[in-house]
Design a protein around this ligand. Sequence first.
Ligand code: UDP
Ligand code: MG
Length: 314
Amino acid sequence: MSDAPVLSVVVPVYNEEDCVERFHRELAGTLRSMVETYEVVYVDDGSTDRSLELIDRIRSLDQHAHAVVLTRNFGHQLALTAGLEFARGAAVVTMDADLQHPPELIPRMMEEWRKGALVVNTVRTDTVDAGPLKRLTSRLFYGLINSLSKTPVRADAADFRLMDRRAVEALRSMKERHRFLRGMIGWLGFPEAKVEFAAGKRAGGESKYTWRKMFSMAADGIVSSSTLPLKAALLLGLAALGLCALYAVYVFYMFAFHGVILIKGWASTVLLTMFLGGCQLILLGVTGEYIGRIYEEIKSRPLFLVKELRGPHR
Ligand code: UDP
Ligand code: MG
């Protein structure tokens, strides 16, 4: 395509009526002075507030802005995926609409891209908004996922990043439903660079990531980056078998050489039964998670549905 812009900025929007206009003003202010041709692709992820109306107003004032309207709320990761599908730029930046991802960083990201990086991650040095609990759980999560996954998952690399067209196309070829972009990017193996920034406060509204959404994203991240939890069944089973064998030897030894019949073992029997029952249930659950995902993938429904494209797309 000859009229493809140099830069596309993909912005998922879900109920951001308090931020989106201010976001666009700041973004446009930065882009206008730094890049010859650009487009901003807003993905309305089934907002129920005035977000879409405001995006339309933005579009009527700025011919660089487009909107991809999804039929319902598909979630942040799929909204990003939808945006990547329609972005045409030689470089594509993904960022949030709440101004926690400062547009001023884009020039530095473009610089790294021009120097040859195909993926430019941003690293938050500090999130003013995040409480100590969110920080701790985030650190635990990245520790766990990196010890499980064979390819790196960058901690703190929020979904504020620049991707070269080649990386975008590679990502588009990965059709899995449970998407964890941070892990998928590491899997690509393209040369990466990073740019540091301090995340500010949300410009308005509230975080759309409830604890439930974060937990489900964490589970997606682990299950989609690793099959190690499945192997845990084998290890636990072997360990349990080993312990049982040792105990059997002990019981036999006491009987044969000391004539002692152990009958005091009631408590330990119950404990053992409970322990094994617990292990089995957990592992059944783990297996179920994977099977559930196989089922979802095998249905191979589209990842998202577009209700409407607004603006000069395609
Ligand atoms: N978002 C979305 N769909 C959702 C939830 C969030 O498109 O179901 C968008 C949201 O509008 C924002 C970005 O994804 O632009 C990140 O969401 P948020 O700021 O709530 O996450 P946090 O920064 O708190 O991790
Ligand atoms: Mg945010």
